[in-house]
Ligand binder design. Sequence first.
Ligand code: AMP
Length: 510
Amino acid sequence: MTLCHLLARQARLAPERVAILHGDAPWASHGEWAARSAGLAQRLRAEGLVPGDRVLLFMRNHPRYLELLWGAWWAGLVVVPVNAKLHPAEVAWIVADAGARWGFVTRDVAPAPIDGLERQVDAESAEADALLAPAPDWRAVPIAERQPDDLAWLFYTSGTTGRPKGVMITQRNLMTMGLAYFSDVDAIDGARDLMCYAAPMSHGCGLYAVPHLMGGARHVVPASGGVDPDELFALGRALGPLSTFAAPTIVKRLVDHAQARGLGHADCAAAFKTIVYGGAPMYVADMQRALAVMGPRFVQIYGQGETPMTATALARHHIADTTHPRHVERLGSVGVAQTPVQLRVVGEDGRELPAGEAGEVLVRGDSVMAGYWRNPEASAAALRDGWLWTGDVGCLDEDGFLTLKDRSKDLVISGGSNVYPREVEEVLLTAPGVAEVACVGAPDAEWGEVVVAFVVTQPGHALDPAALDAHCLARIARFKRPKRYVLVQALPKNHYGKVLKTELRARLRD
Ligand code: AMP
């Protein structure tokens, strides 16, 4: 079984059923999807592309994304989906590093030719229509022979530090991720469910096409190709409740929208079945508000490109059970190891730490990448004795719930004591008037490093360092509290909504 067989299987089972929608308009049935992807595979082969060759996808979210992914896999190719907001120079760097031969783009994202590609196809052009013209009999088009350890997706890490690395994601990795959705995230009802691609399809949201194709659900790309809460609520109401994946910043926008419109739990349930969140910290105060406003429709996952979407999950019932004595701690955690993986927290010497102690998070299992593309040194550092060293710092509790502290490089050491910025941020977010906050370490002659908090205030609130200081003193150890508060209009974030702490540290240096 390969990723491509998932499409053939659905096309046999339910050829006429609508599979892909663009907004509320049907785009393709399962049969049409298979015929177009098979047609593309035939033509790519005829053009001389051979299994293992890389194909770039540099597009805004578009229904064609799905046809291209599966067309490439039908031909045994490796896809390189790239974030639509990257600079052309960054994309050219990825093309060169990946050795991508062809690229599919949308004109809004890539108006000019990208250096290094043999052929660049506008996914909305007549040229693309011809390449994707349905094969008269898709069953007759052979699916390329692929082994479980063959590469399927080359995922370039967000690169908040240094050059991005190409994570080698195999067929097995994605099949495992897909099955873990069913065991650890949510049940999929093929007759009713809709996976909605509002967050970038080049990242986690697009990866979730795999479980939804396994389950025979429909796939919806909003007409805007992005996140517009009005549009998403309307789509859900029109088509049926949506499932989606969103970074915490997007969840916040949906919650703000529901609150501003006075929508109740029933309105939210009509529009959304499940909102899977992850990719960056979700603060307890934010999740509590999300639950109160939108009701129990949230599941959290923690993963990284190196173990896509599959390290831990915080189940819907764990999030919703407000009566549990450790509910707040659990909300602040990322849940328990997903079914296909083992999890460990270790000290610098690699030895496993007891519950409650913070160390680096290690993951082992079939979702873990094969290594970094053409980068044996980085691969050897990240993969040791079969374990993935995630670079995240966290601690496990007695029940197996993992709480992430920070990336190891975000740790602040002040006067010899470790401060995890996340902990300070959680506290500051409960202070009146604080909308967003990010803490980083700044060099300090006396303490080595001190905590500095960058704060975005809620409308109508001024920054009040003395009040924030008192708020921290009442809740956390004295040495952890920020020595400085900096008021900012917005926090710098990357295209996936992760706060760029490197940029905040650079601001302090300057
Ligand atoms: P990426 O490889 O771009 O998906 O980034 C993965 C990183 O995002 C992880 O190593 C974590 O640092 C962070 N991350 C992912 N999921 C979560 C989560 N649920 N909570 C906090 N941080 C997360």
